[in-house]
Design a protein around this ligand. Structure first.
Ligand SMILES: [Zn+2]
Ligand SMILES: [Zn+2]
Length: 330
């Protein structure tokens, strides 16, 4: 049913693409990160909460329709539905059923509940296309609540010392999950424009997050003992330096690697991820009951070999043109 082409995944009977890299006639989009939602297609289809994000990132004039989680639709005889992927707000796995065969494309996903994204739903299938961003056994993440508590503690400690706390995380996804978990009793919250833009777009879907946008008019001296949420690209910029004195932490799954914090030159690293860790990937693959597993988005070769040899399933590598991490700016 699904072919892996140079434009991305193509559903032949349905005549649509999923997260295509190049402009196509009909693009089904798993979520709003820019390695999945690319510019130029004639028509887009996504889950409701992803719609304002696509408009923000691809232009208000795109042609986009949206559906609810679990709402079945038919596209050229293929039964299609979107199911929560637990990755970011609006993120979906796409289920396709045709002539008794069921495929699921996860997009990016995680099993851990971040408190804000609709929690991952297990969807049984014959063919499972999974990401493997953290598809090595060295990647194991604590439950998000534990990391959120550490973040709040660190902020309280910095605030008590009269120092601002800067958290670096993707403007879409990571930032909202963190903002939602912050303890407002610690002090004021400020936002980089890229984060504030995403938050504003999400108000259309009924989401509200704490924090004031830092603009050219903002009196920087009034920002004290505050928490500042910014994308990773803000690190090392004059924009950030004006907020001194501060300590800065990177919030990313990559922080689970020894030495990652030092290499990035930040004061602290929080291993907070929007993706499955090693255990979650293995758990999800086995739970779907799929006999055929397609691995994409990092460590494809090592992880597909593992799935073949250890889980005794058919597993294939699928190359992708883009990777997570290219989407940190709007
Ligand atoms: Zn993503
Ligand atoms: Zn991705």
């Amino acid at each position: 049913m699904l072919k892996f082409t140079d434009k991305g995944m193509y559903c032949q009977p349905g005549k649509f693409y999923i997260d295509p890299w190049r402009p196509v006639d009909k693009a089904l989009i798993t979520h709003g990160h820019s390695d999945h939602a690319r510019w130029g297609s004639k028509a887009y289809l996504c889950q409701h909460d992803t719609k304002p994000i696509l408009k923000l990132r691809l232009g208000a004039d795109i042609s986009v329709e949206s559906v609810s989680y679990g709402e079945p639709i038919s596209i050229n005889g293929v039964k299609v539905s979107f199911h929560p992927a637990g990755h970011i707000i609006g993120s979906a796995q796409i289920r396709m059923e045709y002539k008794g065969e069921i495929w699921v494309v996860t997009g990016d996903y995680k099993l851990a509940d971040d408190g804000i994204s609709a929690p991952f739903e297990l969807v049984k299938c014959h063919h499972f296309v999974t990401e493997s961003t953290f598809g090595l056994p060295i990647y194991r993440f604590d439950p998000p609540e534990k990391t959120y508590a550490e973040i709040n503690q660190w902020w309280a400690q910095n605030a008590a010392n009269g120092i601002n706390t800067v958290l670096l995380g993707y403007a879409l996804g990571k930032s909202q999950a963190i903002l939602n978990a912050l303890d407002p009793g610690n002090g004021p919250i400020f936002l980089h424009g890229a984060v504030a833009n995403v938050n504003d777009a999400l108000t259309e879907s009924g989401y509200h997050f704490p924090g004031s946008r830092i603009t050219a008019e903002t009196d920087r001296k009034s920002i004290q003992s505050a928490l500042i949420m910014a994308p990773p690209s803000a690190f090392g910029t004059p924009w950030l330096r004006k907020l001194a004195p501060y300590k800065v932490a990177m919030c990313s799954g990559w922080m689970a690697l020894r030495g990652a914090r030092r290499r990035k030159g930040v004061d602290k690293g929080f291993a907070l991820s929007d993706h499955c860790d090693w255990n979650q990937l293995n758990e999800a693959i086995l739970a779907t009951g799929a006999e055929h597993v397609y691995v994409t988005h990092g460590y494809e070769s090592a992880f597909s070999r593992w799935v073949r040899e250890v889980h005794q399933l058919s597993a294939y590598e699928v190359k992708t043109l883009f990777h997570e991490g290219e989407d940190e700016d709007l």
